[in-house]
Design a protein around this ligand. Structure first.
Ligand code: ATP
Ligand code: MG
Length: 157
């Protein structure tokens, strides 16, 4: 059976609120912008939160002090667009194709120092596919990264 509809904008706001303190401690500006209206998607609430958390955690982790992280939820007709962008270290082109593989990490030394296992994005991908969504990444080394998730909205009859 499909998961019950959840209010995705609210999940994002709740998760971002949890991360605001982390952002503040790291000297990062975290902004959250959510379009109004019932942005309903079918996902287990815990999975939805996990997906949001993993993306925002990366943005905060791979952005040096003084940087910005922007999270947004946009209403785009039949779909909802969730985006997490940062002004961080970026990702070199050659790494992009393997980014969503389990345990794949760009810079082993640096990644080890920052902690983690390299599972975050593999989990994100899995959850996005379960929602019948898509995920794209745009990145420029030294400039920043943006992950964009398209998720079909629940149709209200
Ligand atoms: P974990 O999420 O398990 O704690 P992780 O963050 O290293 O560990 P992923 O979230 O799967 O693993 O990310 C894989 C790799 O992609 C990271 O190690 C990092 O090199 C790169 N990466 C992910 N997000 C960003 C980002 N916003 N900016 C720069 N590099 C990123
Ligand atoms: Mg991660």
């Amino acid at each position: 059976p499909l998961p019950e509809p959840v209010h995705f904008g609210r999940l994002v706001e709740d998760t971002a609120e949890m991360l605001a303190e982390t952002a503040r401690k790291r000297g990062l500006e975290l902004t959250v912008s959510v379009d109004p209206g019932p942005l309903l998607v079918r996902v287990k609430a815990d999975d939805g939160r996990q997906m949001i958390l993993n993306l925002v955690d990366n943005a905060l982790k791979y952005t040096p002090e003084g940087g910005r992280v922007a999270v947004s939820v946009r209403n785009a007709g039949e779909t909802l667009i969730f985006s997490v962008s940062d002004t961080g270290i970026g990702i070199a082109k050659e790494h992009i194709p393997r980014l969503f593989e389990r345990f794949y990490r760009v810079d082993k030394g640096r990644s080890r120092a920052l902690g983690g296992t390299g599972l975050g994005l593999a989990i994100v991908k899995h959850i996005v596919l379960a929602m019948k969504g898509t995920i794209d990444v745009q990145s420029e080394e030294g400039k920043g990264t943006a992950f964009t998730v398209h998720i079909p909205k629940v149709k209200l009859n």
